[in-house]
Design a binder for this molecule. Structure first.
Ligand code: RB5
Length: 142
């Protein structure tokens, strides 16, 4: 199950991502927001982050205008490694090296075509499980 959330700045891209997940046959839970009305991104960043941290969902996707505010919020929750990605190289590297459990995107930064490729890369790349990366990830929580 993929947790997904956005504010108004990420709403339109989130809707494209939902269509894409449906086309791929992937289950998701949409934590809002549910329209383009102005809201505060921390509410949605926290909802998705807690769903992932608590084990309700395996991965999360968060979208705000830049991806910055919502990723800062998610990274305050223990156990969350939210990665703001603007290209596929970053999405692949953050899965291989950081075992990122939330992808953050900027709806006003990346186009739909690139964003969907980033989503696929994030979802389809496994963690490398290499000792040096595990050591570094564990050190984040120390
Ligand atoms: C909302 O206008 C905007 O500030 C928000 O979507 C995000 O970019 C914050 O980091």
């Amino acid at each position: 199950m993929i947790a997904i959330g956005s504010d108004q700045g990420g709403y339109e891209l989130k809707m494209e991502i939902l269509k894409h997940l449906e086309a791929r046959g992937l289950e998701y839970k949409d934590f809002g927001s549910y329209d383009t009305a102005s809201v505060d991104y921390p509410e949605y960043g926290k909802k998705v982050a807690h769903a992932v941290a608590d084990g309700e969902c395996e991965r999360g996707i968060l979208v705000c205008g830049t991806g910055i505010g919502i990723s800062i919020t998610a990274n305050k929750v223990k156990g969350i490694r939210a990665a703001l990605c603007t290209d596929c190289f970053m999405a692949e590297a953050t899965r291989l090296h950081n075992d990122a459990n939330i992808l953050a995107l900027g709806g006003r930064v990346v186009g739909v075509g690139l964003a969907l490729k980033i989503v696929d890369t994030f979802l389809d790349t496994p963690f490398s499980n290499e000792e040096r990366h595990l050591r570094r990830i564990n050190a984040i929580e120390d």
